[in-house]
Design a binder for this molecule. Structure first.
Ligand code: NAD
Ligand code: UGA
Length: 464
C-alpha cells in the first residue's frame, strides 16, 4: 500500500511508543515507524508484553501494529526512507562536567541529529518531541545545516504533554498540541504539515502554533508550574500537621476558587517521575546561565520542598515507631511514582526504601506493576528486600504499612484482615491520603496521614 506520509520516530520509550501509536491509530494513511538503539526495547514493542504499561495502549497497538505502525531496528535505513522524523530520545540530567546535576544531557539528541545528517538523502522535517532547554533547536539546525549538497532540514518543536498512566487519554484528547517553528516560508510550511497530522483528531482550536523558542520554553514552564502546585500544597501539609488543620479541607476550600482550580493539589510524599525534577533543574540552570539568579532560586525551591516532604515522611515513621526501625518489618504498598504505571524513575519510594534500609529495617515491597523495575532500582540492596505482589501476603508479619503510590486497589483493601496478620502495635503511614483513616484507626491501627492529625492509640500521645 502507498502511504500519504512516511513518519519516523527515533526513541521508542514512554513517549515515542504511545505517541506514535496514537498517530498511526488516527492516521491510517500514514506509515509510522519507531526505532531505537536498544534492540530489546524494539523486540518488546513487537511482542505481546509491551515495554510500557499504559491503560488502553495494548488495544491501539493491536489495531495498528503490522498495518501502519512498525517497530524497527534499522535506524539508518529508516532515516533514508522517511520524510518526517520525530526525535523522542531521553534527555536526562547531566551527571558530569559543567552543569552536572542541573543541565540537560543532550548527548543522545546530538547523536540522533548527526545520524539524521549522515543518512538523509532527501529533505526532512525534524521534530523535537523530547523536552529540551530553550534554544536547543539552534544547535540542531547548526548540525543539520552542515549537510553537503542540497538536502534541507526544517527543525520543529512539538513538545509532548501526556502524563504516564493516562497517556492514551491524554494523546487522544489533549488539552493542546503545541507546534513551534521558525517563522520563515519553509518553517511555516513544515509547521502546517505537522498541523495537518494532528488535525485528523484534535480540534483546530486546540492546535496552537508559536515561534520555536516559545514552544521549547513552554514545555519546561508547564512542568515547572505543575510541580510547583504539588510543592505548594505539600509545604502547607507540614503546617497543617502543626496546627490541627486538615489538608483535604484546606485543598477543597482553596481549589474551589475558579482562579486557582482544584487539579494538582493533592498532598503526598512528593512528586516523582523522570521529568519534573529534571525539567525544573534544567530551568534553574538556564536562569542561572542567563544571570537570573533570583528566578533560578525561586524555581529551585520547588525541588527543595519536594525533598523536604520525603524527609518529613521518613522522620515521621522513625519518630512514631519509637525511634528505632532496626529489625522491624515495613511493608511498602506501591513503588511506581504514580498509579497506573510500572515506571519507577525518580519514584519517592526509592528514596524512602533506602532510608528504611539505612535504619536496618526489613523492607517488603508490594506493587501491581512495578516490582520488576523496583528490583532493578534496588539491585545493590539485593537480599535485603522481599518483593511480594499480593498486598495481604506482603503485609503479613509486618510492623507497619507505608502507602507510597495511589493505586486504586489500596483503597479497597480489607484492612481488618491485614491488621490481624501484623505485629502489634500496628502502624499505617498513608503517604497519599487514599485510605479511610477513621476505619483503620477503629480497626486498631495507629494512622499517620499527610497534613492531617495522626490517629494514635497510645494513651500518652506526646512524641517520644
Ligand atoms: P525513555 O528513556 O523511555 O525513551 C527514550 C528512548 O530513546 C530509549 O529507549 C533510548 O534507548 C532511545 N534512544 C536514545 N538515544 C537514541 C539514539 N541515538 N537512537 C535511537 N534511540 C535512542 O524516555 P521517555 O520517557 O520516552 O522520554 C523521552 C523524552 O520525552 C524526554 O525528553 C522526556 O523529558 C520527554 N517527555 C517524557 C514524558 C513521559 O511521560 N515519560 C512526557 C513528556 C515528555
Ligand atoms: C508530568 C506532566 O503531568 C505531563 O504533562 C508531562 O508531559 C510529563 O510530566 C513529562 O513531561 O514527563 P507525569 O510525570 O507522567 O506527567 O505524571 P503526573 O501526573 O504529572 O505526576 C507527577 C508526580 O506528581 C507523581 O509522582 C504524582 O504522584 C505527583 N502528584 C501529582 C502529586 O503528588 N499530587 C498531585 O496533585 C499531582
Amino acid at each position: 500500500m502507498k502511504f500519504k506520509k512516511n513518519i519516523l520516530c527515533i526513541g521508542a520509550g514512554y513517549v515515542g511508543g504511545p505517541s506514535m501509536a496514537m498517530i498511526a491509530h488516527k492516521c491510517p494513511d500514514c506509515r509510522v515507524t519507531v526505532v531505537d538503539i536498544n534492540p530489546a526495547r524494539i523486540d518488546a514493542w513487537n511482542s505481546a508484553d509491551l515495554p510500557v504499561y499504559e491503560p488502553g495502549l495494548d488495544e491501539i497497538i493491536k489495531k495498528t501494529r503490522g498495518k501502519n505502525l512498525f517497530f524497527a531496528k534499522d535506524i539508518e535505513n529508516q532515516i533514508k526512507e522517511n520524510d518526517i522524523i520525530f526525535v523522542s530520545v531521553n534527555t536526562p540530567t547531566k551527571t558530569f562536567g559543567t552543569g552536572a546535576g542541573m543541565a540537560s544531557d543532550l548527548q543522545f539528541l546530538e547523536k540522533t541529529a548527526r545520524q539524521i545528517l549522515e543518512h538523509s538523502q532527501s529533505p526532512k522535517i525534524v521534530i523535537e518531541k523530547s523536552t529540551l532547554p530553550v534554544k536547543t533547536a539552534l544547535a540542531m539546525e547548526r548540525i543539520l545545516a552542515s549537510a553537503k549538497g542540497k538536502i534541507t532540514f526544517e527543525v520543529i518543536s512539538n513538545p509532548e504533554f501526556m502524563a504516564e498512566g493516562t497517556a492514551v487519554a491524554d494523546l487522544e484528547k489533549p488539552d493542546r498540541v503545541l507546534i513551534g517553528s521558525r517563522e520563515t516560508e519553509s518553517g511555516l510550511k513544515a509547521r502546517s504539515e505537522l498541523v495537518d497530522i494532528y488535525a485528523r483528531w484534535v480540534p483546530a482550536e486546540k492546535i496552537i502554533t508559536s515561534n520555536i523558542w516559545s514552544s521549547e520554553l513552554s514545555k519546561l514552564v508547564a512542568n515547572a508550574f505543575l510541580a510547583q502546585r504539588v510543592s505548594s500544597i505539600n509545604s502547607i501539609s507540614a503546617l497543617c500537621e502543626k496546627t490541627d488543620a486538615d489538608i483535604s479541607e484546606v485543598t477543597t476550600a482553596v481549589g474551589m476558587d475558579s482562579r486557582i482550580g482544584s487539579k494538582f493539589l493533592k498532598a503526598g510524599i512528593g512528586f516523582g517521575g523522570s521529568c519534573f525534577k529534571k525539567d525544573i533543574l534544567n530551568l534553574v540552570y538556564l536562569c542561572s546561565y542567563y544571570g537570573l539568579q533570583e528566578v533560578a532560586d525561586y524555581w529551585e525551591s520547588v525541588v527543595k520542598i519536594n525533598a523536604y516532604q520525603q524527609d518529613r515522611f521518613m522522620a515521621n515513621i522513625l519518630g512514631s515507631m519509637f525511634n528505632t526501625l532496626a529489625g522491624k518489618k515495613i511493608c511498602i504498598l506501591g513503588f511506581s511514582f504514580k498509579a497506573d504505571t510500572g515506571d519507577t524513575r525518580e519514584s519517592p519510594a526509592i528514596y524512602i526504601t533506602r532510608k528504611l534500609l539505612a535504619e536496618h529495617a526489613q523492607v517488603v515491597i508490594s506493587d501491581p506493576k512495578a516490582l520488576k523495575n523496583a528490583a532493578i532500582d534496588l539491585a545493590s540492596d539485593k537480599g535485603k528486600i522481599s518483593y511480594i505482589e499480593d498486598p495481604y501476603s506482603a503485609a503479613s508479619g509486618c510492623h507497619a504499612l507505608a502507602i507510597l503510590t495511589d493505586w486504586e486497589l489500596y483503597r479497597k483493601l480489607d484492612f481488618q484482615k491485614i491488621y490481624k496478620s501484623m505485629v502489634k502495635p500496628a502502624f499505617i503511614f498513608d503517604g497519599r491520603n487514599i485510605i479511610d483513616h477513621k476505619i483503620c484507626f477503629d480497626i486498631g491501627f495507629n494512622v499517620y496521614p499527610i497534613g492531617k492529625p495522626a490517629l494514635i492509640r497510645f494513651e500518652d500521645q506526646s512524641s517520644v
